[in-house]
Design a protein around this ligand. Structure first.
Ligand code: GLN
Length: 267
């Protein structure tokens, strides 16, 4: 039998890992290792050549403050942006948090200074309403509605595809033609107005929910791993089940705390 292995590309680890975003990388790594699938973590940053972007099987990007985000957005423009666009458009999966989706859109207007051009990969724009505007901070719960992700997660878990996360952002994101990732049940989501959370493009998940996203929602981690391996080996992949009882208990405790046990009914 062919040995499987996975290469995680981690976008700008030192500039973009606020609020526990590193947790997403660790979760993918550990869930592979528990299944005896070796993992290599490859930083994708200012020292990396654009060619390296083609060598990874999955891309993880975290959040950043506006200043760091500007440095990253400038460094990515050109060959690296083209490589990332090509990879994600070909179906390489990714999970992009907070500042990362902002930089995958057309532009981000920070609280201070000039508009920063994004990669234009996701048809969305992000704007900070100014230094006096309230930040969007707190627990967020949303139901995944993006297709086919929602159906695939339902088939995998037998449950409604509910995601629990934590958000902390000043910028507000407005989707144009790209699909939302989900519908907000509690929290702000993309902008606190239209009820949408995140965006979904091919196999890339963009969300305001920070780095505990994958530990709190292990089915999303498995979906990403499965897609990455299927894309890499071009064959169906069946992952062995792991014991997620602790994560499920934590999810239930959060639903209780947020008085949302009523929405967790079976799909
Ligand atoms: N610059 C962004 C904002 O405040 C992103 C913040 C973050 O990634 N936590 O909107």
């Amino acid at each position: 039998m062919q040995e499987l292995e996975l290469k995680i590309g981690w976008l700008y680890p030192t500039l973009m890992s606020t609020y526990g975003d590193r947790g997403n990388v660790i979760t993918i790594q550990r869930r592979c290792q528990w299944r005896d699938i070796p993992v290599t973590i490859i930083p994708l940053d200012a020292q990396t050549e654009a060619e390296t972007f083609y060598q990874v099987d999955i891309i993880v990007g975290g959040g950043a403050q506006d200043r760091q985000q500007e440095i990253v957005m400038r460094d990515l423009q050109g060959k690296k942006a083209a490589a990332m666009k090509e990879q994600l458009s070909a179906g390489i999966p990714g999970v992009f948090t907070c500042g990362s989706p902002q930089l995958l859109g057309h532009y981000y207007e920070p609280a201070f200074g000039q508009r920063i051009e994004g990669l234009g990969l996701l048809d969305l724009v992000s704007k900070h309403p100014g230094p006096n505007a309230k930040r969007c901070i707190g627990n967020v719960v949303f139901e995944i509605t993006a297709s086919p992700l929602a159906e695939e997660i339902k088939a995998m878990t037998g449950e409604k595809p509910l995601v629990i996360g934590f958000e902390n952002h000043g910028g507000r994101t407005y989707l144009q033609t790209v699909s939302p990732l989900g519908k907000v049940i509690t929290g702000y989501g993309n902008n606190g107005e239209d009820g949408y959370e995140g965006a979904f493009y091919h196999n890339a998940i963009a969300t305001y929910a920070h780095g505990p996203l994958l530990p709190k929602n292990p089915f999303l981690a498995d979906w990403l791993i499965q897609k990455a391996l299927e894309q890499k080996y071009q064959k169906p992949i069946f992952l062995t089940k792991l014991d997620d009882s602790l994560a499920l208990k934590a999810r239930f405790a959060m639903f209780e705390r947020l008085e949302l046990t009523g929405v967790t009914n079976k799909a």
